[in-house]
Ligand binder design. Structure first.
Ligand code: NAX
Ligand code: K
Length: 478
């Protein structure tokens, strides 16, 4: 099963792997035509009703593949309003070929006729909400006709994720959907064909530019909607919590707070006036600090636990106590990781170990990334948490799905890049589901590192990544 949102991401990832959307449209149209042949005998009449988006484009391709049928193509809207270049190119090819074409400018000019088969390609996964005109009138005409109705990707007017309709919707006999089944189709009671359209498995497995699409902001949003992240760390190290908290801001969090020992607090504040810093007594984290930290954490979206914390027994005991009582979302990094296998927590954890830390947690690793991916998936399932295991190929898994990130470069072995990743993961976990947050953070952190390496090669430092995170999180596909 794949949601519309994930499908849009995979589509962009396929493009970045060198499989352009027009090629996918050609495969989709071919698949539609194959199902038409199963549903209607050669010579029968087929009405293709195409909307102005890529769903319509799929059916315009299908029209080319159905030479042995009596095909009429109805375009809902004027040709100038076709919304994508690839759909328009397919329309133009039908015009040039003198296919039987009708354009429907408003509902009064729609005449379905009496076809044997209707291909519903008005709207696909690109759209939610009630059908407008002339689509609504056309949908009623399909539902009233005796023709077999084949829907392309999803019946128009039905939400592919939920199976629900906001108003009138096409009541299809059959759906041909692309790449993978859609969650909303099962409840419709029609036959479903899932067509492989040649999207490489790598478009789902490897992170890519499509993964950034989920970060688009609602223009109506308010302060705090994009995250309030608390970094708990510092002690032997002072730079690490400051890097993590600044990374949270650069990755889009509205607020970044740091809770750390008092002497660290002064330094962290000195690094950046953008941070809200709270010091606690003593020179490292202790169990006595936990009740106040739990209170402080309760109103935050995500806690990032571990940067610069050190491995004093008392600090690790405090991490254990905190996680035992905490039920929010936490990114766990650095020395804090080693307690994760012993805690029984209600919290949603995203653990960000490098391979040494993974082994310290009881996990196994392997030089071969595919074997490592299997091992990480199994260990994530055992732990019941999301793992982001850092390496030349980062492996991200929630125990069920696996994503691999290939951005990044050897220059990033410099100190502090892991703190930046942890902070960015915290920010993204306030706006995305945990697996997506970890995958997008790994992708963007590596991409920021690649931008920095263009300038500084092996001399890049962690603060270079901070500056480049916003660009690394920006989708070029807007
Ligand atoms: N990997 C992919 O995602 C692929 C997607 N493909 C096709 O592309 C489709 C998605 O295409 P698009 O994103 O262009 O979107 P759609 O084709 O689903 O719809 C976009 C069009 O609908 C119009 N519209 C929006 N809301 C409306 C409403 N309430 N009533 C009437 N019209 C409305 C818009 O003006 C726009 O022209 C998929 O369903 C599938 O059929 C395939 O071409 C191949 C690959
Ligand atoms: K459709």
């Amino acid at each position: 099963m794949i949601t519309s949102r994930r499908m849009a991401a995979v589509d962009v990832n396929a493009e970045s792997l060198g499989v352009p959307r027009k090629q996918l449209m050609e495969s989709s149209g071919n698949a539609v035509a194959r199902v038409c042949r199963d549903l209607a005998d050669p010579g029968s009449s087929v009405a293709i009703v195409a909307g102005r988006g890529n769903n319509g484009g799929d059916a315009l391709v299908a029209a080319r593949f159905l030479k042995e049928y009596d095909v009429t193509v109805h375009l809902l809207g004027r040709p100038e309003t076709i919304s994508t270049d690839i759909a328009r190119e397919n329309w133009d090819a039908l015009v040039a070929s003198e296919a039987d074409l009708r354009t429907v400018s408003d509902s009064s000019t729609f005449d379905l006729g009496d076809p044997d088969l209707v291909v519903d390609a008005m709207l696909g996964t690109g759209v939610t909400g009630a059908l407008r005109e002339p689509e609504a009138t056309a949908a009623k005409a399909f539902n009233d006709s005796s023709a077999t109705v084949l829907a392309v990707d999803v019946p128009s007017g039905v939400d592919a994720d939920t199976g629900e309709a906001a108003g009138v919707a096409v009541d299809a006999d059959h759906v041909v959907t692309f790449h993978d089944d859609k969650p909303g189709l099962g409840s419709l009671g029609c036959d479903v064909t899932v067509a492989d359209i040649g999207i490489p498995a790598a478009a789902e497995l490897f992170t890519g530019p499509g993964d950034l699409l989920s970060l688009r902001r609602d223009p109506q949003s308010h302060k705090g909607d994009h995250g309030d992240v608390l970094v708990i760390g510092g002690g032997p190290y002072t730079g690490a919590p400051a890097l993590a908290a600044q990374a949270a801001l650069r990755a889009g969090s509205d607020l970044a707070r740091v809770a750390c020992p008092g002497h660290v607090a002064r330094e962290v504040q000195g690094y950046s006036e953008n941070l809200i810093v709270r010091g606690f007594e003593g020179d490292h984290l202790e169990p006595d600090h936990v009740p106040a930290l739990l209170d402080f954490a309760a109103d935050r979206d995500v806690v990032v636990f571990g940067p610069g914390l050190g491995d004093a027994d008392e600090s690790l005991a405090a991490v254990r106590e905190f996680l035992d009582a905490y039920d929010g979302t936490a990114v766990v990094d650095a020395d804090a990781l080693q307690v994760v296998p012993d805690v029984d927590t209600e919290a949603t954890l995203i653990c960000t170990p490098h391979q040494g830390e993974l082994q310290k947690m009881g996990g196994e690793t392997d030089a071969d990334w595919e074997t490592r991916a299997d091992l990480v998936q199994e260990f994530a399932a055992d732990l019941g948490h999301v793992l982001l295991v850092k390496g030349a190929y980062d492996v991200v898994s929630d125990g069920d799905e696996v994503r691999i990130n290939r951005t990044g470069n050897p220059g990033m072995t410099v100190g502090g890049t892991g703190d930046v990743l942890a902070g960015a993961t915290g920010a993204l976990a306030s706006v995305l589901p945990p697996l997506d947050a970890a995958a997008v953070a790994a992708y963007a952190n590596g991409r920021a590192g690649d931008f920095a390496a263009d300038e500084f090669d092996g001399g890049l430092v962690a603060t270079d990544l901070l500056e480049r995170l916003p660009a690394a999180l920006r989708s070029d596909d807007e």
